[in-house]
Structures are given as C-alpha cells and as structure tokens.
Design a protein around this ligand. Structure first.
Ligand code: PY5
Length: 309
C-alpha cells in the first residue's frame, strides 16, 4: 500500500526522505509558519478519491500567509494542481489527510517577518480518527484562546498551536478527551483544534468569527447544511454556562469531522448521547464529503478522473 512516499518540497515532488529542513530554519525556531489541514475521502463504489473544499483551504492558506508577510509564488489553483499530482503519485485508495505548510525558510538568527525567504511543502498521510468516536467528554480549559492582537487565531499559524497543545494536554492529563477554550472575554471560542456548535431550543448557535476562532471550513460547511435543511443558525457570543444547558454540543473540523460532545465539566449534555440535529448534519456531511450528494458535489475534487463539467 502506497504510504507517504513523496512530498512537494522546494518546488518539486520528491521522495519524502529528501523533504528535510535545517535546525537553523527561521520558521522552526520561531513558529513563523502557516499551514492547512485538508482531507481527501475514498469512495469505494466510484473507486475515486475526493478532496474536500480544496480551493477554500488554499485560499485560507494564502490569507494566513499574508498575515505573516509571506509572498508565495503560487495561486490557490496552482496549489490544488500540485496536491492532485502528489496524491496521484502516491496512489492512495483510502482516506487521506493533506498537510500544506508554508514557513520562513531562511537559516539565520533574528526574529522577524520581513526580509526572509519562505518556502512551501505539502505532504499527505493516511487519515486516522482524530477524536474518540461515540461521544466526547470535554473540559473548559484553564488556558485562554490567543487574542487577535497577540497571535491572530484566524490565521492558521504554526506558533499559535502552542496554545492548542497546552489546552489539549491539560484536558488529556485530567482524563478528558478534548478542551473547550474560552477567549480573554471569558466567552466560548472553540475546541483545541475544532470549532464549536451548540443547540438551544432547536437553534444552532456558534461563536462569531470575531471570537478569536479559526474561520473553520467545516464550520462554514455546517452552517450551509443547516440552512439548506431549514435549521435556524445564529452566530453570536456564547457564555460558558450555555454549554452546560445546551440540548446538544458538537465540534467541527477537518481532522475531527463532526464530533458530538456528551459531557462538559462533568455535566451531561442533553441526553448524554449524540443529539438529533447533530446526527442529521453528521450523516449528511459523511455522505457529501465522499461525493455521494449531487447537490454538494462541487465541493469534492476527484483525484483520479477529470472533474465533470
Ligand atoms: N479551530 C482550530 C484551532 C483548528 O485548528 C481547526 C482545524 C478548526 C478550528 C477547524 O477548522 P477546519 O474546519 O477548517 O478544519 N484544525 C486542523 C484540522 O485539520 C488541525 C488539527 C491538528 O482539523
């Protein structure tokens, strides 16, 4: 089985062993990189691998890069073509996680963004479930989400993931599956690597993009699906205790997919099992990412066959 044999690195697809950086690399020393997480889903009936919302992921990567003053010589379409070529070379016939990363590549001392070279790499690995299935037990983290005026959360900056790692590991060491992180205003931001939704009186609620969250593509997908299904959706600030009183809570992300939260701070959420609105959205999501819902097929880029036009 083909597995992680190639990477796009320094302008070409090469054997993965050649895709190595120096310890002197600026981005490694200071966390001055930006990245994406993209998934491709295997559809066994069609014998096809579909990359989900690839263009949106690459547009976000380019926006993140702008925040770090990186001038990348690629368009979103260029990056999409490179990704398809890489996946074809690897020949995956299973679900895949794709990791593009752009970083300050100069090998010199001095923390800054300006007058440094940057580089971009892409690699892919077989996908493995990111969160336990069946229902997540979460805690509200004692760590606060990075502020827009400290490290902007809406850019997917490598260094900012120290914040996620602190929260995730605190939760893990305390016996929970995942952390829910509040922002400096004390309101709900998101999970350590997922956006958050709750349901109150049948309305789907999620913190706004000004709450120091990543502007998640799965979040955007869920909002679109909910509107299509006639489920009311509101983006507004969310208090911590609303989590405890919600009928349903779930997390969304490329790696996590749609993941139900059944317990928060040792309080049972709703009936303590995945709720009906979550289940409807999750079932639809699981089908559409594999290209099984014609209405959403435009979000799925086939790897092995040319897209139907
Ligand atoms: N919030 C944070 C902090 C994230 O890191 C992510 C994605 C999300 C929200 C959800 O965004 P999206 O729906 O666009 O994926 N996290 C990455 C992922 O691939 C990295 C996980 C290690 O899911």
């Amino acid at each position: 089985m083909a597995k992680n044999r190639f990477a796009f690195f320094r302008g070409a697809i090469r054997p993965i062993e050649e895709a190595k950086i120096s310890v002197m690399t600026s981005g490694f020393n200071y966390g001055t990189g930006v990245f994406e997480g993209i998934r491709a889903f295997w559809n066994a009936e069609e014998q096809e691998l579909f990359v989900f919302r690839m263009r949106e992921h690459y547009l976000r990567l380019l926006r993140s890069a702008r925040v770090l003053l990186m001038d990348l010589p690629y368009s979103a379409d260029d990056l999409g073509q490179i990704t398809l070529e890489l996946l074809r070379r690897e020949g995956y016939r299973e679900d895949v996680y794709i990791r593009p990363i752009a970083y300050k590549s100069s090998e010199e001392i001095g923390v800054r963004l300006h007058n440094l070279e940057c580089d971009l790499a892409i690699f892919a690995v077989p996908f493995q479930a990111y969160l336990p299935e069946g229902g997540i037990r979460a805690m509200v983290s004692s760590w606060r989400r990075v502020e827009d005026n400290a490290i902007p959360a809406r850019a997917k900056i490598t260094g900012a993931y120290v914040n996620s790692a602190l929260a995730k590991t605190e939760a893990y060491l305390a016996g929970f599956d995942e952390a829910i992180v509040l922002n400096e205003d004390g309101q709900v931001a998101e999970g350590s690597a997922e956006n958050l939704f709750l349901v109150r009186e049948g309305t789907l609620i999620t913190p706004p993009i000004t709450a120091n969250i990543l502007e998640g593509i799965t979040r955007d997908t869920v909002i679109a699906l909910a509107r299509d299904l006639g489920i009311p959706v509101v983006e507004r600030p969310v208090d911590r205790t609303e989590l405890y009183l919600a009928e349903e809570v779930f997390l969304t992300g490329t790696a996590a997919g749609l993941a139900p939260v059944v317990e928060i701070d040792r309080r049972r959420i709703g009936a303590g099992k995945p709720g009906p609105i979550f289940t409807r959205l999750r079932d639809l999501y699981e089908r559409l990412v594999r290209g099984k819902e014609p209405r959403y097929r435009a979000w799925c880029t086939p790897v092995y066959s040319a897209p139907a036009r």
